[in-house]
Design a protein around this ligand. Sequence first.
Ligand code: DAH
Length: 340
Amino acid sequence: MSIKIQEIQDQALKKFDSAKTSKELYDFKVEFLGKSGAFTEIMKSMKDLSSDERPLFGKKVNEAKVVLEDAYIRKERDLKTKEINEKLASEWLDLTLPGPVQDKSTQHPISLVLNETVNILSRLGYSVRLGPLIEKDFYNFEALNIPKDHPAREMQDTFYVGENHVLRTHTSPIQIHTMEREKPPIRIIGPGAVFRVDSDVSHAPMFHQIEALYVDRKVSMADLKGTIAFMNRELFGSDTKTRFRPSFFPFTEPSAEFDCSCPFCSMKGCRMCGHSGWIELGGSGLVHPHVLKLSGIDPMEWQGLAFGFGIERMSVIKFGVDDIRLFCENDRRFLDQFPS
Ligand code: DAH
């Protein structure tokens, strides 16, 4: 009998040794040590032995099992190590390869210039106020000293919303809302979308403006000029010049339009500046006393400066875009050229 046990043990050790994979090794283990394996079978023959022989037989079987368990554990460890090493060798990752390309988002050029301009003016103490896109006729016109039938209404082609409301044609109404709500000194900028019945290469029916208003006890044209010249230098470069031309706006007196020196040709004259060396940016002036009064501010005590300009125009100058319709077409080939 013990010869038989030894035979099975040798056979099992041989098979364990020949196993190529841990799966194969496990199958061999089941074959010998499993519930219906060779050792279970041989134990069944115990009943044929005399009661003297049985303990010795049982001991021999158990010893053989321990030898095999040991051999199994060792072999299994070797095979697992080998398998892991093989896997590591065949499945290595090249961490220097570029990852999958992701669509990167960029900021819209209008947002870029708008944010930059807001930052520049906030460094001068201006803080942002917003206003509604649909305005009462009163805020868009009347309170800005543009009564009904005033010829100045024709300066701006208006989208009317019913009898008394309009899509705001400029951000100047934000001045009025702020003066009604807040006490001077006031130093605010109002950015946002505005609307006019207009559409060609240099005009879109919706565009963006920033309005600035500063009301205090001693505000002069010198403050106005200094502020706008500073803004232009910060936006377009330190050698940018600013020019003021006398003009007319019903809500300012005196009024001036302001231009910056053309950054494309260094004022030599080019297509972008209409060969004049200057590019028109916006309108400005000292707030008309009547406008202050209508908003509840005493013009004998307070003065104000105001200016307003288009963001699209600023972006055209900053990025050299020559068709402002590109700003609202959402063409990725255009938008991807701007920084994120
Ligand atoms: N609101 C004017 C426009 O859209 C621009 C403007 C001119 C704003 C003069 C002002 C100003 O604040 O003082 O054409």
